[in-house]
Design a protein around this ligand. Sequence first.
Ligand code: C5P
Length: 239
Amino acid sequence: MLAETALANLPRDRMIVALDFSSVGQAEKMVETLGDSVVFYKIGLELAYGGGLGLAERLIAAGKQVFLDLKLHDIPNTVERAAAQVGQIGASLLTVHAYPQTMRAARKALLGSNTKILAVTVMTSYDDADLSEAGYALGVSDLVARRALQAREIGIEGLILSAEEVAAMRALVGPEMLLVTPGIRPAGDAVGDQKRVVTPAAAIRAGADHLVIGRPVTQSADPWRAAQAITEEIAGALR
Ligand code: C5P
């Protein structure tokens, strides 16, 4: 099962720290501060467009795992070629939007690769009214369920979803898919702009494989200690 995969075999591997910085210099400084307390980093669009893909290669060369949160979506030929490039970088995880054409193209490019694909079902910033405005007939929960099952059918390895959705999604898709969730806050931490948050232990107990954690670590007065504390909380939840 998932706990035994190479991606998620130790409590420390369950935590993915989001490097939400505008410059590679700031991100590198944070990586240096965190040292061995963090083994898995997420690089999203902001940093990717600011030189972050080079940083991804350096992190991987230094033995870290990297989640490239690039949310690919384009015509199949372009998605396939872009996903193949991400495979060359050696990232462990890549996000694509959960459109069947897009998922099939990424699947084709990364068959046999060590880069696992995560599908973004419906962005959590969307509610039913936003979907209707965009021309969809389904509401959020129906569209999330439909796309999650399509992702599984196409052979996508995992889903990115809000912490609140983890238990229901685990029940829907079964034990094999990787469930990766942001919106995590250790008890007592500032919630910031996240509206619905879950503690690391609760997310793991609900069936999450990896937790994406940004500000609770990177904006902490002592990032190394914050990362250690979260790993300990994850370890407690796994016992
Ligand atoms: O700082 P914080 O822990 O809230 O960061 C969470 C990370 O997960 C950020 O990189 C954010 O962009 C990402 N994310 C999120 N909510 C989603 C999808 C992605 O917070 N629904």
